[in-house]
Design a protein around this ligand. Structure first.
Ligand code: NAP
Length: 498
């Protein structure tokens, strides 16, 4: 297992073989901190490659679906061991393909490893229920069975953890997989696939195809042999994909955007709140679905809080994440950089008050990458774009509320519903927020970011449709429930048959 050289032509994994793309085309993966650095050349596959991957997944399904769960789990367990021995290599690959700092990259790798470990155990635990019957001498139960071959489509912002959190539950549930990573970040997905193959996954159980989503996405969703689609990414792509999959009546999970608020009440510990907000807003360069993008603060704390946020944001060292002193990396590409700068310009035009940042960083350390200064705006109006739309960059909006009730109203005043947090020492206010926040995940005195393998992850409203990911729910998505009626009277029934 190695990080590809700059001139290495990678291949798709189809039916256990590494095959060149039918198009003959490749594209480079660039380090967003220094675009002079190329990390391999990646297949720009076409619909024929997608079809070949589905062929392979369909062929492998009958045998894999009948493989005992514990055996499926053990293969994940071996992959976990293989990858655990390569943490440094994986973290470096992730840092170079996505731009996260090495510390953040290691954190993401650890999260992916925890998920593999968790799902390796799920092979022993997949279960239905036994239920009482209306009739005597009957046994009623439910079985969980794999839905079939599935398509998994992942974004660039968690290039190791998200491919793991979709692939591991699908495999342990008994599904075969076609995995399409984001074109910007294919490296860690390939390292994951290599480990799964080395761990003993039979040919065709996992297939990896890289290439533009616009060119191969439909072939991966419309194929009648695909029985479920799990997608993480933007709302614009996710909702179209949801519609296509719904037309075929197959299972879909789409995890999409967020506009996550942190409410800070007057009685909060201001240092704790500022530290959590800085971590949530500028960690991973704000390129997290769970990033803190709004602060809603009450009158007696707001000045102290914004002072602490500005001083923290100004002190962050921004640069190439391979330098251990760097605390924030670049935007992932030029297009994301442009989105950040446009959002900043729009916020200014809408009358928000720029407290710090607000520009592209220039100089010898920054000229070859896509670096934006950590940015904080105050007085962001509730209806304005910065208050409502996801930026997916290091841009934080501060809003003011008179009390907890108004803070909850403002926190909920967006289309999205992924995660939210409150900082307060008032137990009653905290519980009021836990109950009233319109989100899939809520934190008290913690940043908005984070998730653990055993906890269901996902959002509501415009953020998510379908089953939650991770945890037991994550693998349940890849199964259907079969209800089984067993009769042991051995004779014709006379009563209680409905
Ligand atoms: P994106 O542009 O929607 O891309 C996501 C994936 O979809 C990529 O693999 C992409 O391939 C593929 N794709 C593009 N067009 C497609 C099509 N027509 N059919 C099928 N697949 C297609 O999103 P992104 O920019 O990578 O990721 C950022 C977004 O992800 C943000 O909105 C963020 O909030 C969201 N996100 C959400 C969560 C969550 O759990 N809620 C977690 C992480 C990220 P290409 O790369 O080839 O275009």
């Amino acid at each position: 297992m190695q990080i590809p050289r700059s001139d290495e032509r990678r291949r798709n994994l189809i039916g256990g073989e590494w095959r060149p793309p039918s198009t003959g085309e490749h594209e480079p993966c660039l380090n967003p901190a220094d675009t002079r650095e190329v990390i391999g050349l990646w297949p720009r596959s076409g619909a024929a490659d997608a079809k070949a991957a589905v062929d392979a997944a369909a062929k492998a399904f009958p045998d894999w679906s009948r493989t005992p769960g514990p055996e499926r789990g053990r293969i994940l367990g071996r992959a976990h061991q293989i990858l655990k021995a390569k943490i440094d290599l994986l973290a470096e690959a992730l840092c170079r393909e996505e731009g996260k700092t090495l510390t953040e990259s290691r954190g993401e790798v650890m999260k992916g490893l925890n998920l593999l470990e968790f799902y390796s155990g799920e092979g022993f635990r997949t279960h239905g229920k036994t239920l009482p019957s209306e009739t005597r001498q009957s046994l009623m139960l439910t079985l969980r069975q794999p839905v079939g071959p599935v398509t998994l489509i992942t974004p660039w912002n968690f290039p190791f953890a998200i491919p793991v959190w979709k692939t591991a539950p699908a495999l342990v549930a008994g599904c075969t997989v076609v995995l399409k990573p984001a074109s910007l970040t294919p490296v860690c997905t390939h390292l994951l696939a290599e480990a799964l193959v080395e761990a003993g996954l039979p040919p065709g159980v996992i297939n990896v195809v890289t290439g533009p989503g616009g060119a191969i996405g439909n072939a991966l969703v419309d194929d009648p042999r695909i029985r479920a689609v799990s997608f993480t990414g933007s709302n614009s792509v996710g909702l179209k994909l949801y519609e296509r999959a719904a037309r075929r009546g197959i299972k879909v999970t789409c995890e999409m955007g967020g506009k996550n608020p942190v409410v800070v009440l007057d009685d909060a510990d201001v240092e704790l709140a500022a530290a959590g907000i800085l971590q949530g807003a500028f960690g991973s360069t704000g390129q997290r679905c769970t990033a803190t993008s709004r602060v809603v603060a009450t009158p007696r704390i707001v000045s102290k809080l914004t002072e602490a946020l500005v001083s923290g944001a100004r002190s962050l060292k921004v640069g190439d994440g391979r330098d251990p002193s760097v605390q924030m990396g670049p935007a992932v590409d030029e297009s994301q950089l442009k989105t950040n700068l446009e959002a900043i310009a729009q916020a200014r035009a809408d009358g928000a008050r720029l407290l710090c940042g607000g520009e592209r960083l220039r100089g010898p350390e920054h000229d070859h990458g896509f670096f934006v200064a950590p940015t904080v705006f105050d007085d962001v109006k509730p209806g304005s774009r910065l208050a409502r739309e996801e930026v997916f960059g290091p841009v934080l909006a501060v809003q003011r509320a008179s009390d907890v009730e108004e803070a909850i109203r403002l926190a909920n005043d967006v289309e999205y519903g992924l995660t939210a947090s409150i900082y307060t020492s008032d137990y009653f206010a905290a519980m009021r927020f836990v109950e009233g926040a319109e989100v899939g995940m809520v934190h008290v005195n913690q940043p908005t970011v984070g998730g653990e393998a055993q906890l269901p992850f996902g959002g509501i409203k415009a953020t998510g449709v379908g089953e939650k990911e991770m945890a037991e729910e994550g693998s349940n998505f890849f199964t259907y429930l079969k209800t089984v009626f067993l009769d042991y009277t051995g004779s014709r029934r006379t009563t209680n048959i409905y």
